[in-house]
Design a protein around this ligand. Structure first.
Ligand code: CTP
Length: 435
């Protein structure tokens, strides 16, 4: 049941030298300790797909933490171990890290119905994993070092583009995998296998997904929204009944999909994104998904996802600000640049991008663009508080007024430099007196 294939040359072709050296060292250390050591999971999957992935997950048949300590010692790394789980992380001086686990028979508390045939510890470790293509391993040492271990036809499924679970209780063991299935399907352009899909739907029907903790559900959802093109994920989650398990009225409105599409457009096609600093794409899609929910429903979603208070506040603020700005802009046809600046200045980047995504109105979008490209950059003033004091203005609330006037004038193109600013202060606030 094992397809043997040496992947050393593929690794040489695909991996950076430092990584190869590290793997060689792990291999040598494994031989010295006499333990069998494997690379597993996403790293192997992506190597075969020729997708860059430098996150090493190592599994040791034996004491993983001890092995990690040895590795850490050789590389001057720091080792953080969790005795309870037999897992550890080796943190190297160059900032890279490897996860090292101990091969175990059991990952999760699972129903006793799983077959208990005898297996090697690596095989049973792999058998506890989510999908066949994530259950591949590369043996790192021994006679058969650098051969691919494929007990469950992961290579075939990679070739055919199929997301397939290893057994019928996979989603029962961990309902999170329903979301992971959609995420991998869309990321890799695969499709969820027929039987796997029916297991997934059964888990939904049996309300197993409802049992997931809010934190895990939220993390899994965010992983999905951080993918390059999460829109298809939404469609699939809808089809499979997964969105509805979060809240029955989530994405019920057709407009949500439109908003998400515009968000995708902003992130993939438009140039705006290059102009704003670190916009949080995952969070934008999250906002797009929640936009338009009634306050009570939004609270229920936040509760279901155990949304951290800070995130909940951000969501409410951004959506609220977006709505109120849109209302103002739709009412007010004529806006000076400084009006736009003052309307937008307190808003987060995400709230402003949401304005663009929701409005679908060229006039409004132009305001946002101008804000990012011109008004906001030009709002920086030359004069400081100290300058104002020196000019004879007493510190106090009037400073706010002066700065606002200066900023408005800058943004509206009435002042351009420090001299202009000084002149404006003298004219407006010092009755034309200069010092
Ligand atoms: N895994 C699992 N069930 C889960 C989560 C993870 O079986 N619910 C296993 C899979 O074998 C997976 C490995 O743990 O390959 C590592 O998980 P993770 O780091 O989340 O996934 P990656 O496969 O590395 O995916 P990504 O590329 O998104 O990091």
């Amino acid at each position: 049941d094992l397809l043997v294939k040496n992947v050393k040359s593929l690794m040489k072709e695909r991996l950076p030298k430092t990584m190869l050296t590290l793997l060689d060292n792990v291999s040598r250390l494994a031989d010295e300790t006499g333990l069998s050591v494997y690379v597993v999971g996403g790293f192997v999957r992506d190597l075969l797909l020729r997708i860059e992935n430098l996150d090493l997950d190592i599994v040791v048949e034996g004491n993983g933490i001890q092995f990690a300590r040895k590795l850490g010692k050789e590389y001057n790394g720091r080792v953080v171990g969790h005795e309870k789980f037999g897992t550890s992380v080796v943190l190297f001086p160059d900032g890279s890290k490897i996860d090292v686990a101990t091969a175990r028979m059991e990952y999760y508390q699972h129903p006793a119905a799983l077959p208990t045939v005898e297996m090697s510890s690596i095989k049973s470790d792999l058998f506890r994993r989510d999908f066949t293509f994530n259950a591949l391993a590369i043996k790192l040492n021994g006679k058969d070092a650098f051969t691919l271990i494929d007990y469950f036809n992961g290579q075939r499924d990679l070739k055919d583009g199929v997301v397939r679970v290893l057994h019928n209780l996979s989603f029962v063991e961990d309902p999170c995998r329903a979301f992971r299935a959609v995420r991998f399907e869309q990321r890799l352009g695969f499709h969820i296998g027929k039987q796997t899909e029916s297991f997934l739907k059964r888990a939904v029907d049996k309300k197993l997904v409802d049992k997931l903790s809010g934190t895990r559900l939220y993390n899994e959802l965010m992983h999905m929204l951080e993918e390059k093109t999460p829109i298809r994920c939404f469609q699939r989650m809808k089809e499979l009944g997964l969105l509805q398990t979060i809240h029955p009225r989530l994405m019920k409105n057709l407009r949500n999909m439109q908003v998400l599409e515009r968000i995708e457009e902003i992130f993939t096609l438009s140039n705006v994104i290059k102009l704003v600093e670190n916009p949080d794409a995952g969070f934008m899609y999250f906002l797009g998904m929640l936009y338009g929910l009634k306050a009570a429903d939004l609270n229920q979603v936040a509760h279901r996802l155990s949304l951290p208070a800070k995130i909940k506040k951000r969501v409410k603020e951004d959506i609220g600000n977006c709505e109120s700005v849109l209302k103002t802009l739709r009412r007010k046809r004529k806006c000076e640049p400084s009006d736009i600046y003052n309307l937008f200045a307190g808003l987060s980047t995400e709230a402003l991008l949401l304005v663009m995504a929701v409005s679908g109105d060229d006039r409004i979008n132009k305001h946002v663009l101008m804000y990012f490209t011109q008004y906001n950059p030009s709002a920086a003033l030359s004069l400081t508080g100290d300058d104002l004091i020196e000019m004879g203005i007493r510190p106090g609330p009037v400073f706010q007024t002066v700065f606002k006037a200066l900023r408005d004038a800058r943004i509206n193109g009435q002042v351009h430099n420090r001299d202009d600013e000084v002149a404006l202060v003298e004219k407006k606030f010092l009755n034309g007196r200069s010092r």
